[in-house]
Write a protein that binds this ligand. Sequence first.
Ligand SMILES: NC(=O)C1=CN([C@@H]2O[C@H](COP(=O)(O)OP(=O)(O)OC[C@H]3O[C@@H](n4cnc5c(N)ncnc54)[C@H](OP(=O)(O)O)[C@@H]3O)[C@@H](O)[C@H]2O)C=CC1
Ligand SMILES: O=C([O-])CC(=O)C(=O)O
Length: 274
Amino acid sequence: MTDQKVSSKLRVAIAGLGSIGTKIATALDQGIEGLALSAVAVRDPAKHQPFLAGLRQQPQILPVDQLGEAADIVVECAPSSQLRVIVEPAVTRGRSAVVVSVGGLLDNFDLVDLARAKGGRILVPTGALIGLDAVNAAALGTIHQVKMVTRKPIDGLKGAPFIVENKIDIDNLREPLKLFEGSARDAARGFPANVNVAVALSLAGIGPDRTQIQVWADPTVTRNVHRIEVEADSARFSMGIENIPSENPKTGIITALSVIALLRKQRATLCVGT
Ligand SMILES: NC(=O)C1=CN([C@@H]2O[C@H](COP(=O)(O)OP(=O)(O)OC[C@H]3O[C@@H](n4cnc5c(N)ncnc54)[C@H](OP(=O)(O)O)[C@@H]3O)[C@@H](O)[C@H]2O)C=CC1
Ligand SMILES: O=C([O-])CC(=O)C(=O)O
């Protein structure tokens, strides 16, 4: 490879090396056209040393607020509580931030204005969902209604603030239980690690207050199941996805793949889908 090609690569940094971050790091290390893994930020570098040692090229290990110095694209894949400390410094430097903890964006929406002012970008992948291309397109006309129903196995919901605060016992469920029905915004507060998908859907469509979601604890399913109904002046469509959980039961395997697909599009010669 020529020096010119190496130096023209987009540098990608990853904040958080959990179920999503490790897959993205591995994909970048194995090679994505025009991209290179430049840095990572982790809470405890020693814990992640065995994983990092297995990479062919060693990325820098930096504090989260310095990732934007070492990268053109910073990928946030940490808990949503960390979203601001990861994204703010990156977009302040005019970098792109890929946000997977998209639920956390609702309480930090000023970051979008900041990115606009500084020439940065915030990119939300489709993540564990489906069809945001169609929702984006329909939103150019009029969307009348977006409804979503999420069903998750018990392990995928344990510890959600809504369940803890309302003292709901889901451990001994034998039948599906509807835990929540309301807006995507309220769902994101009650289930910050469970309904990022609903927030991504809402931002693609009619916003977090008009997008309606039900959340079910369902001992009869083994996958994270999402069903979506959209009624628009251009089309009516229904979408469904049944995600196989990753090593983190709250997170579908497809989420990391969606981010990798988004990264590939940054420099791919052939891009398919919007
Ligand atoms: N948009 C979407 O469709 C989806 C979004 N998500 C969201 O993506 C995010 C990541 O999910 P997932 O990878 O499964 O989560 P994991 O819990 O597997 O990984 C999170 C990682 O973040 C690290 N971390 C925690 N605090 C910090 C910090 N202060 N600085 C740097 N790193 C930190 C953790 O470190 P350590 O290893 O030391 O604990 C861990 O490695 C979550 O917010 C999740 O809700 C998930 C699924 C779908
Ligand atoms: O949206 C989320 O946070 C996770 C999710 O539903 C999934 O992985 O299917």
